[in-house]
Design a protein. Structure first.
Lengths: 333, 356
């Protein structure tokens, strides 16, 4: 039996991860800890797990690993506590709000000799995996340009409180497509130019980014919370167009959907039938905890994406392109 | 009447997987062989029987099975527990009968037969045996169809449905109505099956056909169905669309509308600079990437039913109903008048019950 705990239910994805855990044989969602007792008890009840009043109580449940779904700025401390307790960690994205914090997490995992995974579920998207396969087969040749979107609705709550989130749409949505591009292009981002605008509150709602990769590929990303929250048929999108020497590849990762136009809901609702990416992520985490394989996506991938976000915010502040400062690391072992 | 999602069947894997023989060596035989290979815990391909000896040999070799041109040899082999019939429709009735007589479970390609009379004989043969006879109406396992099924209740009382399935000319025996039954039997039977599954029996069928070639007068058809439940359905089938395969389904109810569209929901589009001139031969198979293909899920359902002794998820009766609608559509094309689908043969078990 593999026993997993959920460390904070601040992020909405906790519910999806719990559902994915329930569907796996030989896996138990053992406990839920949340520093906000009311939210934690409600989450534990609805997810069918025991509520733990402290991290120590959670760790005492005999866990193999935890899924950290806390607010962005808390990821580092939470992950370090779990790793030091000898647990494997799957951490919600972004891995941290500052490169120094992400680097400390990667080092804590190495010290503890426990796996640290970043929750980048796009790695488990069947269409995106197909795109990577085509790329590796050489179907496109070198990629000259890439265009990406990861648009969504404004999630509100702590996401728009910079003290907890570290930033708005640029913090929330840059990392997914940056990770997908690094994975498909097998290249690192060299520099970033970013523009952002805030429609409400203290954080930006909209961001447009231009990247230059080390090998020359120019890429763009729209990471805006630009989808209307009430009337839009789904949460948002992940799309990518690759302009290659040998051809073009267009990917819409959530294109596999039917539509339901509901008089009761008074809107159209996207009914996805794509393979469940969260289920793929969770199955991978469980296999890693069982030492059956190495993770598809680890803490270093999370760190690299945070370093790009950091450059984006430096660019926004200076209104100039910013160089990505990549921490030097030993080789992955 | 709400159709139910097929329960995911997860039997304990048998001590050794079911030994399966494929009859046929064409495109669908290849698809079924790949689907078997994707379900190694439940089944394995042991033999391929085909009239086209080189093709049968090639397919068998690719899957570590033996090829044979002797049907009797495959059916007499006590180690073969199930057969997949992927041959032209004309041969289905006698092959199903022979396989059942030899005690095998049967997965038979759609359409079940070329007439309701023949399909009725298969139903009777199937119901006289304790073996699984399943019709490969693969579209039921398509991810988009399952998505619609899961939301069907939310449109309220269903009123009118539209289904469209268009493709280029598949050529070969597919377009020879003598062998395939033409477009109503070979292509549109997919949608007839879905609509019968969702909205129940059909009492009236009216159809029109068209073609660019007088030699093959039924390359395109439009069919209107009136279900006993009061739901109306429209089905378009075409082999006159050289721009490639597309399928669209729309279900309108009192409180909402459901629809999906292929290829609009294909998540990847690759546009190579150098156009590949190689033309595809045979029936087109729509592809949208999934971890498990619909054919793999269909094969799993068949093997699981055979292993558990559960009823076939798509019975010979369902196959009969779709054939009866296709037959009525062709009769309507010929007469210009609406036709009533043939009635289901009564079950031998039910008759037995009535006598006692």
């Amino acid at each position: 039996m593999t026993r997993i705990g959920i460390y904070s239910s601040a992020h909405l994805h906790a519910g999806a991860y719990a559902a994915a855990l329930r569907a796996l044989p030989g896996v138990e969602l053992t406990g839920v800890y949340d520093p906000e007792a009311k939210r934690g008890k409600a989450a534990a009840k609805s997810l069918g797990a025991r509520y733990a009043a402290s991290p120590e109580q959670l760790f005492d449940l005999g866990l193999d690993g935890v899924i950290i779904c806390s607010e962005n700025v808390r990821h580092r401390g939470d992950a370090e506590r779990a790793l030091d307790a000898g647990l494997g960690v799957l951490c919600e994205k972004p891995l941290a709000t500052k490169p120094a914090d992400a680097l400390a997490m990667v080092r804590a995992a190495a010290r503890a000799r426990r796996p640290l995974m970043t929750a980048f579920p796009c790695r488990y998207s069947t269409p995106l995996r197909e795109a990577r396969r085509l790329m590796r087969e050489g179907a496109l040749g070198a990629v000259l340009a890439a265009q990406g979107t990861n648009r969504g609705t404004n999630p509100g709550g702590w996401f728009v409180d910079p003290e907890l989130s570290g930033g708005g749409a640029v913090m929330d949505h840059t990392v997914h497509v940056v990770d997908v591009l690094r994975w498909i292009l097998e290249d690192e981002v060299a520099s970033v130019y970013a523009e952002a605008t805030g429609a409400s509150g203290e954080v930006e709602d909209h961001g447009l980014l231009l990247f230059r990769f080390e090998q020359g590929t120019g890429a763009s990303l729209d990471c805006s919370w630009s989808r209307p929250g009430q009337s839009f048929p789904t949460w948002g999108d992940v799309t990518l167009s690759l302009i290659g020497e040998q051809g073009n590849l267009h990917i819409d990762a959530f294109r596999q959907h039917a539509m339901l136009y509901s008089e009761r809901a008074k809107k159209g609702i996207q009914v996805d039938f794509a393979d469940d990416i969260n289920a793929g992520l969770i199955a991978d985490f469980v296999a890693v905890l069982r030492e059956e394989k190495i993770p598809e996506v680890d803490g270093i991938d999370g760190l690299r994406a945070v370093e790009v976000v950091d450059a984006a915010y430096r660019s926004i502040a200076s209104a100039r392109a910013a160089t990505v400062r990549r921490a030097a690391l030993g080789s992955r072992s | 009447m709400t159709p139910e999602l097929p329960e995911p069947i997860a039997p304990a894997p048998p001590a050794s997987p079911l030994a399966v023989a494929i009859l046929g060596s064409g495109r669908m035989a290849e698809v079924h062989a790949a689907a078997l290979a994707a379900n190694p815990r439940f089944g394995r391909l042991v033999a391929v029987h085909g009239r086209n000896a080189p093709a049968a040999k090639k397919l068998a070799k690719a899957h570590g099975a033996r090829a044979t041109s002797e049907l009797a040899e495959v059916l007499a082999d006590p180690l073969v527990q199930a057969v997949v019939i992927a041959t032209p429709t004309l041969t289905h009735r006698s092959l199903v009968q022979s396989a059942l007589d030899a005690g095998k479970h049967v997965l038979v390609e759609k359409p079940l037969a070329l007439s309701s009379a023949e399909a009725g004989e298969i139903v009777r043969a199937a119901e006289a045996q304790e073996r699984v006879v399943m019709v490969a109406h693969c579209v039921r396992w398509f991810h988009e169809v399952q998505a619609l099924l899961g939301k069907l209740e939310q449109i309220g009382r269903p009123r009118v449905a539209r289904a469209s399935r268009v493709a280029g000319n598949p050529g070969g025996w597919y377009i020879d109505a003598q062998q395939s039954g033409g477009i109503c039997f070979d292509l549109m039977v997919h949608d007839f099956d879905l609509l019968l599954w969702w909205f129940g029996a059909v009492e009236r069928v009216h159809a029109l056909a068209a073609s660019r070639d007088a030699k093959y007068p039924e390359m395109y058809a439009q069919v209107v169905l009136r279900h006993t439940s009061g739901v109306l359905s429209y089905v378009e089938g075409s082999w006159l669309h050289p721009d490639g395969f597309a399928t669209r389904v729309e279900l309108a109810g009192a409180e909402g509308l459901l629809r999906f569209e292929m290829p609009e929901t294909k998540p990847l589009r690759f546009v190579p600079l150098a156009e590949k001139k190689a033309k595809k031969q045979g029936a087109e198979i729509p592809e949208s990437p999934f971890r498990r293909s619909p054919y793999e899920l269909q094969m799993e359902a068949f093997l699981a039913a055979a292993i558990c002794g559960a009823p076939a998820p798509v019975s010979a009766r369902a196959g009969f109903e779709a054939v009866a609608v296709a037959e009525a559509a062709r009769a309507s094309i010929a007469s210009g008048q609406p036709c009533r689908p043939a009635a289901m043969p009564s079950s031998p078990r039910a008759r037995k019950g009535a006598r006692s």
